[in-house]
Design a protein around this ligand. Structure first.
Ligand code: SB8
Ligand code: NI
Length: 185
């Protein structure tokens, strides 16, 4: 099973590298990695398993965080009121449409690969349409809004060597610009 020891930390070059597109059908290694990544992120949210294995809770994990430079990530987002939970592997994802309006978590973001706290807003598109492939090579286009949209953009950034704090405005970390709407819970 994947544990925190497998997660590379800040300044590791893998977090800044470009990733390779995955070809189908998946080989056994990548298929197992997909299962393990989803299991890890579910385990990290389990009150008992996370304590037993000392896992930091996370809503997603991307292959480069495991030192594997390929375009795949797992997300496991518990259901919000009136919404379905989102639990999936996304391969070779591409944003095909996004809102002009931006959103951000009021307290900023964190990352399993970043041990330090970086304070400040991380502006994200409020709504995105993402084209991606599942583990069976089937193509999907899903729409994400609000919190799930933020998580998917955080994971997609990992596939491009971008970290959340790259988006923080150094001069005014909590500046709320005109088209930015903070996400409320
Ligand atoms: C946001 C956050 C963590 C993410 C992705 C997006 C947060 O820091 C957060 C803050 C408040 C409430 C909920 C979430 O992923 C963390 C795991 N990770 O590093 C994946 O790449
Ligand atoms: Ni991260």
């Amino acid at each position: 099973m994947i544990t925190m020891d497998d997660i590379v930390r800040d300044y590791h070059p893998s977090l800044r590298e470009q990733t390779e597109k995955i070809t189908f059908p998946l080989n056994d290694e990548i298929r197992k990695l997909a299962d393990d990544m989803l299991e890890f992120i579910k385990n990290s949210q389990d009150p008992e398993i996370s304590v037993e294995y000392d896992l930091r809770p996370g809503v997603g994990v991307a292959a480069p965080q495991l030192n594997i430079p390929i375009q795949m990530f797992a997300v496991h987002i518990p259901a919000e009121e009136g919404e379905e939970p989102i639990s999936k592997i996304m391969i070779n994802p591409r944003i095909v449409r996004h809102s002009v309006k931006q959103t951000a978590l009021p307290d900023g973001e964190g990352c399993l690969s970043i041990d330090e706290v970086y304070e400040g807003l991380v502006p994200r598109h409020k709504r995105i349409n993402v084209e991606y492939f599942d583990v069976d090579g089937k193509k999907h286009e899903d729409r994400f809004t609000g919190y799930p949209s933020i998580v998917v953009q955080h994971e997609m950034d990992h596939l491009n060597g971008i970290l959340f704090y790259d988006h923080i405005n150094e001069d005014n970390p909590f500046e709320v610009t005109n088209n930015l709407e903070l996400l409320e819970d």
